[in-house]
Design a protein around this ligand. Sequence first.
Ligand SMILES: [Zn+2]
Length: 441
Amino acid sequence: MKVHLILLMLLIATEKIHSSRYRRSADPLAYKNYLTKANAILERVPLIDGHNDLPWTLRNYAKNQVGILNITDLTNVEPWASSPSSHTDVIRLRQGKVGAQFWAAYVGCTTQYKDAVTRTWEQIDVVHRLVNANPDTFEFVTSAQGIEDAFRRGKIGSLIGVEGGHSIDSSLSVLRMMYDMGVRYMTLTHACPTPWADNSQLDNAGGVPVSNGLSAFGKIVVKEMNRLGMLLDLSHISRKTMKDALETSVAPVIFSHSSAYAVCNNTRNVPDDVLRLVAQKKGVVMVNFYSDFVTCGISKATIEDVANHMDHIRNVAGSDYIGIGADYNDVSKYPDLFSLLLSRGWTENELEKVAGLNLLRVFREAEAVRNQMAANGVKPFDDWIPQTDMPAESQPCNTGDYGNKTNPIVGNAAVRIQLSSFSFITLILYYVIPWFSLSPK
Ligand SMILES: [Zn+2]
């Protein structure tokens, strides 16, 4: 009887906790309190968003003519206003208290083996021009310290991420030049495999791996990114490529815009075993807000749905490994998300890390790896991709080992002898014989 009474009292107590939690979240005064705290967090530390496709919409709707476009308020400017993929303008960035933004230099897979490099340069260029055209709002930055400095000056630190390995056309030279132009992360693939890395769609039923994760050349791409201090972005890649990249990279990695696979089983999301590996390597998963990846497209994603993904990643990996990478979404809602997380028991300290300190830690570590490799005398990796790795579809627009005279076709001793006899005959025909015939008799 006593036991029953104790159980009954426990039940009433638990019920009280639940209902008081419910009332607290429904209580406007409590909500206001959380919102005040959330805003204060985002004033103390920069909120760093890992992925924004504004440059792509600039291409789609304005042919990249940023000079004549006022991006202060696009809520009434068509086609921006009614576009389902445009939610960013200066007013909304400021409302959302965005401290730094990785702008995506994205071009689609249809450009692979064609003009991907040119098109990507155009997107890198448009980010530079967007920043230059709006100096009161943006500041171009290329380092963790740069993000903090811009934030202190009240500017939105602007960084570039290249979304898709096809953008470098399998060339480490292009990768290095893109780093020189300010690119600070590269997503290893987009929605297609590159000749050196498999993409996430290959994990769907019927998908056939091309490189079985990262090829040998893909691992060299990873090492060169480490040497440069460019962050590896594992969003969009296959599960095996994620594991290969985590194993190969010395620096911690990021997922610039991915959520939790256990909550929505889209292959664009991060499975639990990989979440644990990211934590082991001290990386960061920047959570995506896009409905297809948050609710698997079943309903329009709400901030509650996003918070469910964050709760899950916190349970599996820990709050030291979570960030924000909204992707296509309304950038004005971050204070609401942070209020909700406070109401769910997240601490202010955890939310400072989620907002930006986790990404800053990863960025600083990647910079430290770069510095250490330089101190160890590691030289640029100057490998060319083996032509045998290039698929047939690359052939029409690919000059192979262009200009190279040391490959087996012209590089063996027999060919060199043929070439030197050819030069000898040329010398006789063009110089020696005419000299004799012109000599005075
Ligand atoms: Zn993406």
